[in-house]
Every structure is written in structure tokens, then in C-alpha cells.
Design a protein around this ligand. Sequence first.
Ligand code: PLP
Ligand code: COI
Length: 353
Amino acid sequence: MKIEIIKKQQSGLAKIDFNNLQFGDTFSDHMITMDYHDQCWKTPTIKPYGAFELFPGNCYLHYGQAVFEGLKAFKTPNGKINIFRPDAHYQRLNNSSQRLCIPKMDYDTFIKPLTQLLQIDSAWIPDKKGCSLYIRPVIFATDNFIGVKISDTYTYFVITSPVGAYYKGGLMPTRLTTSGEHVRTIKGILGEAKTPANYAASLLPQEIAKKNGFSQVLWLDGIEKQYIDEVGTANVFFLIGDELITPPLDGSILAGITRDSIITLAKDWGITVCERRISIDEVFESAKQNTLKEIFSTGTAVVISPVGEIEHNGKSIVINNNEIGHLSQRLYDEITAIQYGEKEDRFGWCLTI
Ligand code: PLP
Ligand code: COI
């Protein structure tokens, strides 16, 4: 496969403080871009990170026809690079594309430029535990046309960003609140696609939650406002009694790849995992009955994030004394050990380059 490469003259690496990485404000030297027109994806280019030129009539700017992904690369103790579950992220990118009427791409077109980009910018992958290189592939429509229609042309790009923990406190219990006023989605809209509109819908409720001292919104279903969907940027699990419960993939939530990894690990450890609807009332009732042991959210950016408190309709519950639960910690340790290449990758999740 042909890949055009234009190297940056002077790396920005020296300006980066790798001991103080935040999430998402730093970009590596190079990016991938690739255009789609005349019904096919063209030659990908790896070039210096830089701005795009867009026409004001760009249909993405008007109607939001775009999809994206978020995955991570890690430095292993022997200096190799582990990309975590790129095949699953590729598959979900295509699933999202299908919902947004965006042309699919084949796996080689996704993975070959990506592995080359990571090799070129390998010095940008932090080697400190807890840090990683966040990879953000995006496809957006580029027709210069303001009637509402499916675009005939697209741009795919991949940027990467060395990141620390998503939350400033790292692996610390978070406070979540339900939203009385807003819903994120309902089945049949866009909830199961990774597309900007879902995040646009979450901004105002997220801001309200933040002002009230919460880290994220715990989304309830958009119809009955009873059943738990997911957290702002993550899926969610409840350890009640000896059962690990997580909402099912019913079309309204994102099919998290961390969610799938956690289900696999928990089952492998002999834990009963139930993918079923769970209502906020059931969660509050289990707290009352003292059977609610742990709640945690899962996602590429947050990894595992313990939940210490939930507020709903003016009432709140504290979970596990607002401390990191035993299972949350064990899952965090296991998944990160596999990602950083410290433990055998027995499920074949990492692509090592
Ligand atoms: N749900 C939403 C809305 C998300 O933004 C994310 C993050 O990507 C997730 C769930 C978790 O998905 P994954 O584990 O694949 O990162
Ligand atoms: C991720 O976890 O990869 C996300 O996409 C979350 C967020 C940064 C949008």
C-alpha cells in the first residue's frame, strides 16, 4: 500500500513536559490525512500536524456528517508499541460510518498508515505508567453544498496526543448525577454511533453537572427516564451482591471496547456478568439493602473510573464509602498490565509493533 510521507522539519517534542500530561491538549508531530472522492479512498499521507482549509459551505459544518474513534497506544517495558484492540475500534468506526452514510474503509487502509504514524512519532508515546498516546481517527464530510444530503466527498484524518489520566485526580472515585431535564438519545437516533452529535447533546447537561460539583452525567434512558444507559464518556457497571451488571447494547449506548474487555476479564475470573436493563431505583434500593458493592465506568479515555456517589432527583447514595472498590482496582490493574505489556495478552487484544 502506498503511503506518502512528509516529515516535519523540527519536532515539537522538546517543548512537552511528559511529567505533567493533561488529557487532550498536546498533539504529536504528524497526522494522517486521506481523501475520499470518485467513490474511493485515495492515497493516505502522513504529514506535519496542521490546519485544514474548509469552505464555509462545507456540509459537515452545517449538518454534522462525521464519525470518530478513540484508541490508545502504550510503550511496553522492552520498548515496543502496543495498540489496544485496533481491530475492534476499526470495526466500530465502520459501524458508525454505516449509520452516518459514510463510506467504509478496509482494515489495511486503517491499520497500515496508523502503524507507520506510530513508528514515526514513537518518541511521543509516554513510557510512564498511567500515560499513553491517545489516537483519534475522524472522518468528516467535505462537499461544498448546503442542501441536506449525503456528501460525495470525505476527509479521514488521524491525530495523536500524549495523555495522562482523563480526570485530574487519576484513579479516584467520581461523583455522578442524573439529568432531570435533558436526555442524551433514544434507540433509533445516534446513540450507538460514535458521532459528534451525541457529544454536542451532552455539553449543556455536562456543564450543569459540573457547576453542581459532579464529574459527569449518568444518563438514563430517554423515554421512561428510569433505566441506566451510560456515563458521559464511558459505559457503566454495578456490582450488586455477587453479580456484575451492565446495561445491554440496545441501540442507545456506545458498544464500548473497554466494556467488552471488562466483561471478558470478569467472566474469565468466574464472576457472573449480566447484560440487562437496570433502573436507577434498583440501584438506590440495592444501596439501601447494602447489596450495592461497587459502581465503575469504563472507557478508553477513563480506563476504569470508580463511582463514589450518585445523585438522582435530589437524593444521593455513597458507594463503597467513596473508596476505590476491590473489583475496580483489580480490573484496572489487569487491563493496564495487559495494555503496557507487563502481563500476558491472553485474549490477543494488543497489536505489538
Ligand atoms: N460511551 C461513550 C459515550 C463514550 O464516549 C465512550 C468512549 O469512547 C464509551 C462509552 C466507552 O467506549 P470505549 O471503551 O470503546 O472507549
Ligand atoms: C474515549 O474514551 O475514547 C472517548 O472518546 C471519550 C472522550 C474523550 C470523547
